[in-house]
Design a protein. Sequence first.
Length: 457
Amino acid sequence: MSVRTFHGGRLLLALTTALTGAVAVASPAVADPGGTPAPAAPLAVAFDTAAARYDVPRDLLVALGYAESRLDMHASTPSAAGGHGLMHLASTPGVRTLDEAAALTRLSPAALRTEPAANVLGAAAVLRSYADQAGLTAATRDDVNVWYGPVARYGASSEAPVARLYADTVYDLLRVGFTGRGEAVAGRPVAPRRGGLERAAVLGGIGTLSTDYGPAAWAPASTSNYTVASRPGSHPVTHIVIHTAQGSYSGTVSWFQNPAAQASAHYTLRSSDGAVTQSVREKDIAWHAGNWTYNTQSIGIEHEGYVDNPAWLTDAMYRASAALTRSLATKYGIPKDRAHIIAHHEVPGATHTDPGPNWNWTYYLQLVNGVTGIGSGTVIASASSLNVRSGPGVSHPVVGSVTDGATVAVYCQAVGSTVTGPYGTTAVWNRIGTNRYVSDAYLLTGHDGYIPNVPRC
């Protein structure tokens, strides 16, 4: 292996300097009106530095971080699977990326866990070491498609379908493009060289499907992580428990397959498109609630993401999860209400906070009860565009805009601050995307206020 290492003190000083914005190694910056280049954002410097030092394609590195965490350090709190930081470096049975990063960079585990620049550098070092072991050379490393094997290995899954799911997620992000936390990666054609994983089952595609719930893929948890039973004969199924995974979709599925996890859930939902994977049969008892009685009498549903970041809570995931919950409630005779469809933190004795304050119970329960319509409207702005806000009211930050005359989907409607516009004065706000709201006073929907069969939120 030919990965270079550096003296810990000098490298940590360089990284600290980079985070202050005092280093010139950075992405091209936009000039201000006076002609002085604006300093690059600290995260951009971290990716620039790591990509250059270890000769890892920068966009690939960013895409891996985005898949793992949406580029969020989560206040240095580890994921449910024990991963740290925006690159999810871990030191758990079967996953030693944190230990490998410490050996390769000579940075302390504490710095790798808590410092964004160190965390990114550590991930780049590990990826490069995997690339060297896979035989990638200086002549081939610029081709992002040859990094598929090292990326899949970084995901640390013991099962080929989940390893493929992990790497495919990263390459799908490169294909479609994404933005987040100051990073913008443009989409481009990709043709990843999957090697032996080309033959692996595609979860949610042509792979093995669940026999309990048709739309779900089947990726069984380790038998060390659940209890075999014969429900509902052995135990009544009376509740559905809603969780936030505190991790990525593929990482959560993979963690349930790790015998060291000592945890599992029946189903996991993906943020981007609402894809579902089943890990434990409904007849069996998943270890998800932290309360044995509730484990025996409930179905656990995990949702990709973190409780402190509402960006994971997409309409696609809400709707796919609600369809699953509606099916389960009908099958087991569970009332479709908040007394029986509960948050993990509502389980007696629970020490968790998920699904967290950003979970929209009003929206979810309406979807579960069959109010699933999607409305449509035309933007009528008093200017060339209309501000989009992160919540239902003018006190929420502006997160974008929509052009006058644009047609938008309305996923749900909420009460917020009162606004006067071309269509009168109203307190109704329309959710047109994940954490994206516009006032109904500027939207021609064909209805006065609420749209029939579109849920409240």
